[in-house]
Design a protein around this ligand. Structure first.
Ligand SMILES: [Fe+2]
Ligand SMILES: [Fe+2]
Length: 203
C-alpha cells in the first residue's frame, strides 16, 4: 500500500481526526467493539449487494463491487473468528447512529445521477472513516496482536474508499463529484463534532 493512502487529513479528506480518547475506550470491552465491527463489515457487504441490484446496468460498477462483497464478508468472518477464539459472542446489532445520520444527508429525490452519486459517496465516507479508525487502533492500542489485526482492516478499507470515489468519477463528471464530496466531508465533520465518543462503536 502506498504511504499516502494512510495520510488521513490529505488523502481521506476527513476534516476532523478521531478524538484520541476513543482508542482507550475501545479497549474496555473487546466483545462490544468486535460485535460492532462485525456488523460494520456485514453492512458493507449488504450495501454492495444492494448497489449491484439497484445499478445492474453499470457493468464496471458491478464488476468492481462483486469481489468487494466477498472481501467484506471475509472481514465479517475474520471478526467473528476473533470473537469465538476468545470465547466471546457476537452480540445483537445496535442502532448505528453514524450511518443513519449519513443516510439522512443523502438526496432521496431528484435526478437518478444525484442519488447514485450520494450512495457512492456515503460508502466512500464510511470506508474512509473506518480506515481512519482502524489506523488509530493499529497505532494506539497497547496489544501488539490487536494492532496488527486492525492494520489489515485499515489497508483494506483504504482501497475501498478510493474505489467508490473512482466509480463516481467514472460515471459522473469529476467537478460534480468533487463538489458534492466536499459537502459530504463538511457534513461528516459537523456530525463527528456532535457525536458522543463511545468505546463500543467503530463510529
Ligand atoms: Fe471491511
Ligand atoms: Fe470496506
Amino acid at each position: 500500500m502506498q504511504e499516502e493512502t494512510i495520510d488521513v487529513k490529505n488523502i481521506l479528506g476527513l476534516q476532523l481526526p478521531t478524538d484520541p480518547r476513543w482508542v482507550d475506550l475501545t479497549a474496555i470491552s473487546l466483545e462490544e467493539i468486535l460485535t460492532d465491527h462485525a456488523y460494520c463489515e456485514q453492512k458493507a457487504a449488504t450495501t454492495c449487494i444492494t448497489l449491484i441490484q439497484r445499478y445492474s446496468e453499470y457493468e464496471k460498477l458491478i464488476t468492481e463491487l462483486a469481489p468487494i462483497v466477498t472481501e467484506e464478508w471475509g472481514h465479517f468472518r475474520a471478526v467473528l473468528a476473533e470473537l469465538h477464539k476468545r470465547g466471546l459472542k457476537l452480540g445483537r446489532q445496535r442502532k448505528d447512529i453514524y450511518v443513519n445520520e449519513l443516510l439522512s444527508f443523502q438526496k432521496k429525490v431528484g435526478h437518478v445521477d444525484d442519488r447514485f452519486l450520494d450512495e457512492l459517496l456515503t460508502m466512500a465516507l464510511i470506508e474512509a472513516r473506518s480506515c481512519e479508525r482502524f489506523k488509530r487502533l493499529s497505532e494506539g492500542l497497547h496489544d501488539d496482536y490487536m494492532k496488527k489485526f486492525y492494520r489489515k482492516f485499515m489497508e483494506s478499507e483504504a482501497g475501498h474508499y478510493t474505489l467508490f470515489i473512482t466509480m463516481a468519477e467514472h460515471y459522473l463528471p469529476k467537478p460534480k463529484v468533487r463538489k458534492r464530496w466536499k459537502e459530504w466531508l463538511e457534513f461528516e465533520k459537523e456530525l463527528m463534532n456532535r457525536m458522543e465518543i463511545r468505546g463500543d462503536r467503530i463510529h
